[in-house]
Design a protein around this ligand. Structure first.
Ligand SMILES: Cc1cc2nc3c(=O)[nH]c(=O)nc-3n(C[C@H](O)[C@H](O)[C@H](O)COP(=O)(O)OP(=O)(O)OC[C@H]3O[C@@H](n4cnc5c(N)ncnc54)[C@H](O)[C@@H]3O)c2cc1C
Length: 402
């Protein structure tokens, strides 16, 4: 957004509570690699030109990439500046920070979609002896006591953490709710390549039948490993990870209760993956790629035990650690403009906050396109939202001078 505003000569400042790329520096586990290939992190004025377009950036490479981009575009970032409140005034917005106040006619909320680990309300019933971590506080297996680990959530974060922890010698039980299974490589090309080429990632928010639901869909079960392997539930059970259903509650006496829907959840996920691969095959055929790429194939169904356990006594000692990989939510505790819905999410129309003229939102799931919450999605959204912001400023300038 800063690059797009600069292109339009709109004077602006970027306020950051930590250093540039703060969330990557402080809220991710050590071994994380982007699940999007290098070529895919396109930003306004930046395209990957290195030698490994299909590789996946490590955490430190990701931090450098974002910090270097900020430097290259000369973004006017004020680091170590926390926004403590944001209010509307007659003239626009009053932004209070721990390093002084700012008055602005417009404001872009780009404070991230993943500030807080979204853990269920019953988490407080965990027996106190159990080490309690989230995908944000987990760093590496050395941090964990010996013994069994319950990972809750089987999307990208949960499956990657379950894989790493199990390989460290701690037996892992993975609680599986709704998830989206996907092959890393399909017909010889990265799944992200197919989704990008076939336009799946460019699908617009205003053309989707149920956008509320689309904004809640969990992340793809993908991992960016150098061997480009598929990290699905079959890969995890093959190394000994145990699967249980969705964690529905913890009783007063410390028993975890799992839904009996594991088989259905997995069947549904297999079905949805099949539909995505059908769409890719259709697109490949229609675009004359059938002879260029490998022939279509399907993955074997997800293997599930006949009767996975429906409860687990967390006081018995089998589980020593629980890691919540149940998603994230934004933190708007500083936002004093009434633009939040009952769930604490900003109400917006493709990033334009209609009830607060001059306020914009970035970086949310399916904000304007399916790719909006990816690094690769920021550019198109920023181009369109900065155009809206510029015309808003123009319209106010006309009114003031009239
Ligand atoms: C585990 C995980 C893995 C991911 N993997 C990928 C991937 O492989 N590929 C991909 O494209 N995307 C990935 N993403 C999504 C990725 O995080 C987003 O694409 C990207 O970070 C969005 O950038 P952002 O600037 O909108 O939000 P953020 O990166 O969250 O940045 C928001 C910034 O706002 C600052 N901030 C927040 N509140 C305040 C305040 N009150 N005052 C001042 N500053 C504040 C924060 O410190 C932070 O630096 C992943 C996300 C997670 C959680």
């Amino acid at each position: 957004m800063s690059r797009c505003l600069a292109e339009r000569s709109i004077d602006h400042v970027v306020l950051e509570r930590g250093e540039v790329a703060h969330s990557w520096r402080t809220e991710r586990w050590d071994s994380l690699r982007l699940l999007t290939p290098n070529w895919q992190s396109r930003l306004p004025g930046f395209r990957y030109t290195g030698k490994d377009p299909d590789g996946y950036r490590t955490l430190s490479e990701t931090i450098d990439f974002i910090a270097n981009y900020a430097k290259a575009i000369g973004a006017p970032v004020r680091t170590q500046t926390t926004v403590t409140s944001l209010r509307s005034t007659d003239a626009g917005y009053l932004v209070r920070t721990d390093r002084g106040d700012w008055l602005s006619r417009t404001v872009v909320l780009a404070s991230g979609a993943c500030n807080i680990a979204d853990i269920p309300g019953f988490a407080h019933r965990l027996p106190p002896a159990i080490t309690n971590l989230t995908a944000q506080t987990y760093r590496n297996p050395d941090q964990l006591p010996a013994g069994g680990v319950l990972v809750v959530g089987a999307s990208a974060s949960g499956t990657q953490i379950a894989h790493e922890v199990h390989r460290s010698g701690r037996p892992v039980t993975l609680s599986v709710g709704e998830h989206i299974r996907a092959p890393r490589v399909y017909r010889g090309r990265d799944l992200e390549w197919w989704m990008d080429a076939a336009g799946v990632l460019d699908e617009r928010y205003d053309l989707i039948e149920d956008i509320t639901r689309a904004r809640r869909v969990p992340s793809f079960q993908l991992a960016g490993t150098p061997d480009r392997s598929t990290l699905d539930l079959n890969a995890l059970t093959a190394i000994g990870v145990k699967l249980v259903g969705r964690l529905g509650g913890i009783t007063e006496d410390g028993k975890a209760q799992f839904a009996g829907s594991l088989r259905n959840m997995c069947a549904l996920s297999d079905l949805k993956m099949g539909r995505l691969l059908d769409l890719i095959d259709e697109w490949a055929r229609a675009n004359g790629l059938d002879n260029e790429v490998e022939p279509p194939h399907r993955l074997p169904p997800t293997r599930v035990d006949d009767s996975p356990p429906l409860s687990l006594d967390l006081k018995r000692g089998e589980i020593q650690t629980i890691i919540w990989a149940t998603g994230y939510r934004p933190n708007y505790s500083w936002l004093e403009v009434p633009v939040l819905d009952r769930k604490g999410m900003v109400v917006h129309d493709g990033g334009v906050v209609i009830s607060a003229p001059g306020m914009y939102l970035m970086g949310m799931q399916f904000l304007r396109r399916r790719k909006s919450a990816l690094i690769d999605g920021a550019g198109d959204d920023a181009r369109e939202l900065s155009a809206h912001l510029a015309s808003y400023l123009d319209s106010r300038a006309v009114r003031v001078s009239a």
